[in-house]
Design a protein around this ligand. Structure first.
Ligand code: SAH
Length: 219
């Protein structure tokens, strides 16, 4: 039986405007407690971001659901995610599309995420240890691309890996540096939706968000 706290979370997401039944169902089926370290399992149903290993964060369920909804994922789609982290966002995408390709620069995070996908039987998630600024050229082009980390500007290399008519969603704006004491108010990011057209791109600003930065190279 579904945990009552999970049902409460779904009701909260509905109140916050998530109304695509497929997205709500995907969130409901994804046990977030499996994506955080044991000491934080009690907080897994809270609608907040939480710390994970390597100084990173698992995104807030609302933001995961919102990005998933705005991505408009279809069952035939191949989706690229940059910033696998805990694997939670990829797991929510998994039942909604044909295949999720997810890239992470921290190897220990990726190993943990891979074990979670396996344990949950999410066989359509393919992982890669690497620098997301390069995307995944061998698997391109993608129907959808989602950045789970913030960029000052969406890299051209990623837009090039999107099919015409494809959608990319990314947090765009100033990014906190490695100084963990940096105050949240001192930077700002807007979730941005980019549609690749035959001749260029169309851009739409969605909502303010707060993500860890996309960093180049491997740690
Ligand atoms: N989708 C994740 C969010 C994790 S936080 C989740 O649901 O838990 C964002 C992640 O992006 C971090 O794990 C960070 O290491 C990763 N990241 C940052 N820059 C990257 C890059 N250039 N390539 C790949 N991953 C990157």
């Amino acid at each position: 039986m579904t945990d009552p706290r999970q049902i409460q979370l779904i009701m909260e997401l509905r109140r916050q405007g998530i109304d695509d039944p497929r997205v709500l169902d995907a969130v409901e089926r994804t046990p977030r407690a499996a994506f955080v370290d044991e000491p934080l399992a009690h907080a897994a149903f809270d609608n907040t971001a939480l710390p994970i290993a390597c100084g990173q964060t698992i995104s807030q369920p609302f933001v995961v659901a919102y990005m998933t909804q705005r991505l408009g994922v279809q069952p035939t789609h191949r989706v690229l995610e940059i910033g696998c982290g805990s694997g939670y966002q990829a797991a929510v995408l998994s039942p909604l599309c044909r295949r999720v390709y997810t890239v992470e620069r921290h190897k220990p995070l990726l190993k943990q995420a891979e074990a979670r996908f396996k344990a949950l039987g999410l066989h359509n998630v393919t992982t890669k240890h690497g620098d997301g600024f390069k995307g995944w050229p061998e698997q391109a082009p993608f129907d959808r691309i989602i950045l789970s980390c913030a960029v000052a500007k969406v890299p051209e290399s990623l837009i090039e890996q999107l099919k015409p008519g494809g959608i990319l969603i990314a947090p765009v704006g100033t990014v906190p540096n490695s100084d963990v004491s940096a105050r949240a108010e001192s930077f700002s990011q807007q979730l941005t939706k980019i549609i690749r057209t035959e001749t260029g791109v169309k851009e739409e600003v969605l909502i303010p968000v707060l993500f860890v930065p996309m960093l180049s190279g491997l740690p």
